[in-house]
Write a protein that binds this ligand. Structure first.
Ligand code: HEM
Length: 304
């Protein structure tokens, strides 16, 4: 809602065919290992490449339709509290404004970069709470103690002292990062990384999620243990790059962190979270760029 002014029911099994399917078909293809290794094959008219272009066209048409609808609303003085509105406003106030392609590009980027990463992380946080009732209880106790007034605004200032909350969010990003691997980078010159020689033109991919699983860096890395963040070492801090780093670091990281905190605070104040009978976090679905827990996991939310 915040990004696009509408609800897609992204994680719902009952969603109707439409933009989500076009989107998933596009990302499944471009992030397929085959295209990662042979990116130029996307220009060769084999069935997968053709499917990619067909779905990309449908996806684009849908995005342009959303932009058109938002522009209509803007003309009537309606709409407004969403990213598409802001992007259109920024585009048309730019003296070099030519067409709405830049808006379409940014909306598409937000679809992948902001929407799916966030929904996947919210789901994995819910799983982490259901899987670890003692951690859930400890966090609830901290929230009730340090933010006793449910009407208090939740922002970066008011959550500053919620130390355990930050530990839980970090631990979930370490253990369940939704980004499997980075976009490929190209070595612009012959480069030596540690003891590895990379000739100019080599593709380099960082295993964002895998970083959190390194046994060389983390004790018992598969264990979900927020307390480990109380004694985190410099080496661990440096290897923890859920949003990557450098000039292309995720620009949405602060927004994402506060979103996760808001979610946990609102959830745990009101509900006890458990897996529904017969459900558990047994595996992750990794059929595209964003790694997410299985979409058919069910929970029981018991009001407190
Ligand atoms: C848990 C949530 C998120 C995670 C784990 C995450 C992670 C990342 C990572 C690892 C990258 C770098 C990808 C690469 O260069 O290979 C990235 C880029 C990006 N992220 Fe996020 N992100 C999250 C949420 C968001 C949100 C909420 C937004 C927007 C509000 C956002 C916007 C972007 C954009 C626009 C880029 C591309 C930046 C560029 O290429 O210069 N992300 N994100």
């Amino acid at each position: 809602m915040f990004f696009f002014g509408r609800e897609f029911n992204f994680m719902s099994k009952e969603r109707k065919e439409g933009i989500i399917d076009y989107y998933l078909n596009v990302v499944k293809i471009i992030f397929h290992p085959f295209y990662y290794v042979f990116p130029d094959m996307i220009y060769v008219p084999i069935p997968a490449s053709l499917k990619y272009y067909r779905n990309l066209k449908l996806f684009d048409e849908y995005i342009y339709e959303m932009i058109k609808e938002e522009r209509e609303k803007m003309k009537k003085g309606e709409g407004g509290k969403n990213l598409i509105h802001n992007l259109i406003e920024a585009a048309i106030s730019n003296p070099d404004f030519v067409d709405l392609q830049a808006v379409r590009d940014n909306v598409t980027m937000m679809f992948l970069a902001a929407h799916e990463t966030t929904s996947s992380t919210i789901l994995s946080l819910t799983c982490s709470m259901a899987q670890h009732p003692e951690i859930q209880e400890k966090l609830r106790e901290e929230i009730k103690r340090l933010m006793p007034d449910p009407k208090q605004e939740i922002n970066m200032q008011s959550t500053k002292n919620l130390h355990y909350l930050k530990n839980v969010v970090n631990e979930n990003l370490r253990r369940n990062n939704p980004i499997g691997f980075s976009f490929a980078r190209v070595a612009t010159k012959d480069t030596v990384l540690g003891d590895i020689f990379l000739p100019k033109g080599s593709y380099l991919i960082s295993s964002v999620r895998g970083n959190g699983f390194s046994e060389e860096v983390w004790d018992n890395p598969m264990e979900f243990n927020p307390d480990r963040w109380d004694k985190v070492t410099n080496e661990q801090k440096e290897s923890f790059i859920p949003f990557l780093c450098g000039p292309r670091v995720c620009p949405g990281r602060m927004l994402s962190l506060i979103e996760q905190e808001i979610y946990l605070i609102c959830l745990l104040r009101k509900y006890k979270v458990e897996f529904a009978p017969g459900h558990s976090l047994d595996k992750h679905a990794i059929d595209r760029f964003v790694v997410t827990p299985r979409l058919d996991i069910k929970f029981n939310f018991t009001p407190l």
